[in-house]
Design a protein around this ligand. Structure first.
Ligand SMILES: NC(=O)c1ccc[n+]([C@@H]2O[C@H](COP(=O)([O-])OP(=O)(O)OC[C@H]3O[C@@H](n4cnc5c(N)ncnc54)[C@H](OP(=O)(O)O)[C@@H]3O)[C@@H](O)[C@H]2O)c1
Length: 238
């Protein structure tokens, strides 16, 4: 146990390696709220911001996780359970850009990766961490307005339907975990510049993280199972 205070809350955020990404900035938000913050990364070569932070702050823990690998989830879950024994907030944040080709020409493996990184990751994370999530804890699916089936067009091939799938998994997880007092919410952070997001887009990941964290602060169990705009708290059509 390498935490100062065993009663301290723990936040686990995936895709937390890039300083211009939402995950890393959410990790910083939760450190400011005095949580022990566990950030997942997959490639040390692109993860210096997280690895350096973990070296400087004993209450930041960096753990490897490749969400395409079932074994990686098992190892990750074991590490979290050994290091901190609890998880109060789990944020499934991994994402990757839409397929290069339109949907009818996209490669099978590219589409599979969209589903793994955006949708299956949420469920696999829940499977390894729910055993250490107390009543009142929360799982957040970082979704996107592009996952709205009602609004879906031909844009963002692979990405949009993978976000829809993530929303569906989140909704079913919410129903499954309700009796255990664990909430599950899909949040759309809105558009911001990042490695994934458009470089010309207006917001920064830092601003998006602040908006997402404030929304999380305001959530109650009554929101579990919903798909909300982080900025307004309004439901987004499925
Ligand atoms: N940017 C926007 O405007 C916007 C809008 C709506 C929703 N979102 C969502 O916000 C979330 C964060 O995106 P971002 O814009 O902040 O971009 P980002 O920094 O690129 O975040 C994506 C993260 O996912 C990680 N990742 C990808 N494949 C992975 C794998 N197989 N295993 C483990 N980690 C993997 C990436 O790691 P590497 O660095 O190793 O690639 C990266 O840390 C995503 O879910 C995205 O869909 C973003």
């Amino acid at each position: 146990m390498n935490r100062e205070n065993a009663s301290q809350k723990v936040a686990v955020v995936t895709g937390a390696n890039r300083s211009d990404g939402l995950g890393h900035n959410l990790l910083l938000e939760y450190r400011r709220r005095s949580y022990t913050a566990i950030g997942a990364y997959r490639d040390p070569a692109t993860s210096a911001p997280l690895l350096d932070l973990a070296k400087a702050d004993p209450l930041v823990i960096a753990l490897p996780l490749d969400v395409r690998s079932p074994q990686s989830f098992r190892t990750f879950g074991q590490e979290v359970r050994t290091r901190v024994q609890r998880c109060d907030l789990l944020v499934s944040n991994t994402g990757l850009p839409a397929t290069r080709q339109p949907l009818h020409q996209a490669g099978y493996n590219e589409l599979l990766e969209q589903l793994q990184v955006h949708a299956l990751a949420l469920v696999a994370l829940a499977q390894v961490l729910v055993p250490i999530m107390p009543r009142g804890s929360l799982i957040v699916n970082i979704s996107s307005g592009l996952g709205s089936l009602q609004r879906m067009g031909s844009g963002y091939p692979g990405y949009s339907p993978a976000k829809t799938a993530a929303n569906a998994f989140a909704r079913q997880l919410a129903a499954t975990l309700r009796d255990q007092g664990i909430g599950v919410v899909s949040l759309s952070p809105g558009a911001f510049r990042s490695n994934l997001g458009g470089q010309g887009w207006a917001g920064t990941a830092d601003e998006a993280a602040s908006v997402v964290a404030k929304r999380i602060d305001a959530l109650t169990m009554a929101d579990s199972g919903s798909f909300l705009s982080a900025a307004t708290g309004e439901p987004i059509p499925w």
